[in-house]
Design a protein around this ligand. Structure first.
Ligand SMILES: C[S@@+](CC[C@H](N)C(=O)[O-])C[C@H]1O[C@@H](n2cnc3c(N)ncnc32)[C@H](O)[C@@H]1O
Length: 308
């Protein structure tokens, strides 16, 4: 930090190396936020290189544009959901590209802004939308969903062992208006339990994922990356929790393998061949030095594939 921007980009060196950023190349930052990674990519692809930054959050894009205005026409932006990355690139006539980056989840800018309603440590409305023009908010889910649906969602997307008790407490505590009211109710349920993390962490994660249809968007976005990558182009994805990682691993495994016939099939009938080549066997983690300097990087894992 210290540059006036909230968010410290994660594993910047590893991303630049993973994407093989070079002068004159064309790159997409599908989660551009305030432009931390985009700035590094733009710097590394000069002269002649260009970056298209996409984000669902118009105010983050606005901040990123201000930061990168010195790059002129080399930095393009699109407010939109990466679930439509193919259409967005088509409209901007920005393909094929040499690299695509997804840095998933939430930025520090969004987390630290109480009004956005993402944090259980800051008073704010129950909002949690990346795209504030979207209708569904966390308030709607918390205050209108059935106890069964709430419990299922908190379990599936938060992996919260007390999902049923929490869902019961939420239904009994309605109307729940603010982030801190919600956090207090969840903390009551978890009273006496030994926890490594704040008792509301998993429920807040689940709500954020449900409000923004994060896992569906990720699957949709990855599915279109093959079309926009040039041959030899690289895909880099940074995940922050296991639900994201499972989707990215399954996608890469399928593209490395090609064939999508069921494992019990004796011969291949799908006729698909691999579209990507594996670059490193294991996910790349941040260095200890980076984790010390930026504890929020601790859970980040970077996976890379190369378009054949
Ligand atoms: C971890 S931040 C990215 C930070 C950025 N790499 C940087 O260095 O500043 C994730 C960003 O992804 C955006 N985002 C999340 N889901 C999205 C989606 N489905 N489509 C587009 N943007 C999304 C969020 O609004 C947020 O700005």
């Amino acid at each position: 930090m210290g540059n006036g921007y909230h968010h410290t980009p994660v594993m910047v060196r590893e991303v630049l190396e993973g994407l093989l950023v070079k002068p004159g190349g064309r790159y997409i930052d599908a989660t551009v936020g305030e432009g931390g990674h985009a700035e590094a990519i733009l710097k590394a692809c000069q002269p002649g290189g260009r970056v298209l930054g996409i984000d669902a959050d118009a105010s983050s894009i606005h901040s990123g544009r201000g930061r990168l205005k010195g790059y002129g026409d080399s930095f393009l932006t699109a407010v939109g959901n990466y679930a439509q990355i193919g259409t967005i690139c088509g409209q901007a006539d920005f393909h094929p590209v040499q690299g695509v980056l997804f840095d998933l989840g939430i930025s520090s800018r969004q987390l630290d802004d109480g009004v956005r309603g993402f944090s259980f440590q800051r008073e704010g409305p129950l909002d949690m939308r990346f795209d504030p023009s979207q209708e569904l908010t966390a308030y709607d889910i918390v205050n209108t969903w059935s106890e069964v649906d709430l419990a299922r969602g908190i379990w599936s997307y938060g992996e919260e062992p007390r999902s049923r008790q929490i869902a019961r407490a939420l239904v009994a505590g309605r109307p729940i208006k603010t982030t801190l009211d919600l956090a207090r109710l969840i903390t009551e349920v978890a009273r006496g339990a030994r926890r490594r993390i704040h008792p509301a962490t998993r429920t807040f994660q689940a709500l954020r994922i449900m409000v923004n249809l994060e896992l569906e968007s990720l699957k949709a976005g990855l599915g279109q990356v093959i079309e926009v990558l040039a041959s030899g182009g690289r895909l880099a994805v940074i995940t922050y929790h296991s639900l994201e990682a499972v989707i990215v691993k399954a996608f890469l495994r399928q593209e490395f393998r090609g064939c999508i016939c069921p494992p019990e099939a004796l011969i291949c009938t799908c006729g698909r061949s691999p579209t990507m080549r594996q670059v490193s066997r294991k996910a790349i983690a941040p260095s200890q030095e980076e984790i010390t300097a930026n504890p929020r990087s601790r859970s980040a894992r970077l996976r890379i594939g190369e378009r054949i």
